[in-house]
Write a protein that binds this ligand. Sequence first.
Ligand SMILES: Nc1ncnc2c1ncn2[C@@H]1O[C@H](COP(=O)(O)OP(=O)(O)OP(=O)(O)O)[C@@H](O)[C@H]1O
Ligand SMILES: [Mg+2]
Length: 264
Amino acid sequence: MIQAAHNLNVATSAAPADRPLAVLCRGVVKDFGDGDTRIRVLHEVDLELPAGEMSLLVGPSGCGKTTLISIIAGLLEPTEGDVTLFGTPRASLSQRQLIAFRAANIGFVFQQYNLLPALTATANVAIPLLIARMDREAAFARARQLLEQVGLADRAEALPATLSGGQQQRVAIARALVHEPRLLVCDEPTAALDAHSGQTVMELLRRVAVQPGRSVIVVTHDNRVFGYGDRIMEMADGRIQEVRVADGSFPERVAATASAETAS
Ligand SMILES: Nc1ncnc2c1ncn2[C@@H]1O[C@H](COP(=O)(O)OP(=O)(O)OP(=O)(O)O)[C@@H](O)[C@H]1O
Ligand SMILES: [Mg+2]
């Protein structure tokens, strides 16, 4: 059950007509296994997420959250149905084009961070830029900027093992944002964090990644952060059961918090 920190109005999943869609899912089905062991994990999921929002995906363990966001992010193929991201249908892309589209437009924060242990925080963050063949010096300079944005300028040369869980999570977020993806997908980014660090991460995501034309999807079990979402999608047994849209009070609160921080 949702216990939001601010008022949520039950609404349809339809996005406001005045904003472009970041994500459109139509009839997305996912089956795993073959023959007798075949199981249906997603049942014809329809979803419309407007650009410029943070959407939260919540629901019990095993209900299909990671599967759904992996399909949205183009990491997993749907069995049926299609996903359209910023007007580009997945089905219209070849495998090669999909990889390029993903590299240019999507950032993914994995639950287990997936940092490379032998590389410094800066080098970890620079990876997407190096893969995109950016000059090494420029990539490292940009990576350091991102680390500064997530409050880790002083740990830029640290190895992951010497960072706290929350700091590693922020490095993973910086890495997912370094190429300014239009869609950032985060799987349980606050699960391993205490309440304060969890809120810091959510505020960071809102400040850096939620902008006109850019969207964030956050999978979370953590009801302490429900108040950060513009919409909350409640999932059960492979279906989106309900979409609740926030009353709009939160973005103003974040803006106020951010300007208070800048002022101090
Ligand atoms: N590669 C796979 N092969 C077979 N079954 C899978 C595979 N991946 C996931 N599943 C099954 O699909 C269902 C949904 O899994 P998923 O990881 O999407 O759940 P989740 O909602 O993210 O759960 P959690 O909150 O525990 O992370 C589960 O029953 C899981 O066992
Ligand atoms: Mg999961």
